[in-house]
Write a protein that binds this ligand. Sequence first.
Ligand SMILES: Cc1cc2nc3c(=O)[nH]c(=O)nc-3n(C[C@H](O)[C@H](O)[C@H](O)COP(=O)(O)O)c2cc1C
Length: 170
Amino acid sequence: MRVAGSPPLAGRPDPYAGPVPARLLIIHHTPSPSIHAMFEATRSGATDPGIDGVEVTARAALAASAVDVLEADGYILGTPANLGYMSGALKHFFDLVYYPCLEETVRRPYGLYVHGNNDTGGALAAIDKIVTGLRWQRAFEPVTVVGEPTRDDLDRCYELGATLASRLTL
Ligand SMILES: Cc1cc2nc3c(=O)[nH]c(=O)nc-3n(C[C@H](O)[C@H](O)[C@H](O)COP(=O)(O)O)c2cc1C
């Protein structure tokens, strides 16, 4: 027997804890100011004060783990285009989590932003192949920016973040 406000019993779910927030994980490689602006705009959208019940976590692609992915309900990926592909950092992330997450994360929603200085096509195609393998569901058109991000580009990043977070409240 336990009353509201007292600590939960060891090993038992706390019946007074209230609804558990959904979790949105932003996995990003952010090596420069341009893509940092895109990351910040995306995170601002995801944490828009009008969206309730979603916990947003950002992890550098080189630090994210399979447990981070398993514990989240939706994902935003952010990367520069590098040598016609995604960054090595994001590829490393996928190499690490692909098989541990393959069966557990099917149909989870994802969104994506890519920054490049001339052509982001190879990065987009490579990511598309991997998320198709994972059977994640695209919840927003990829935001791709070539060169200095404009106000409109950053607004699209904001919308990307807000859309993914809102999707988790449905
Ligand atoms: C090794 C290397 C490879 C790159 N390859 C590409 C590429 O294939 N396509 C592209 O659009 N940009 C490419 N870039 C540009 C980066 O995407 C860009 O530097 C990054 O998004 C950061 O933007 P900033 O340089 O404007 O700060 C490359 C940059 C580096 C350092």
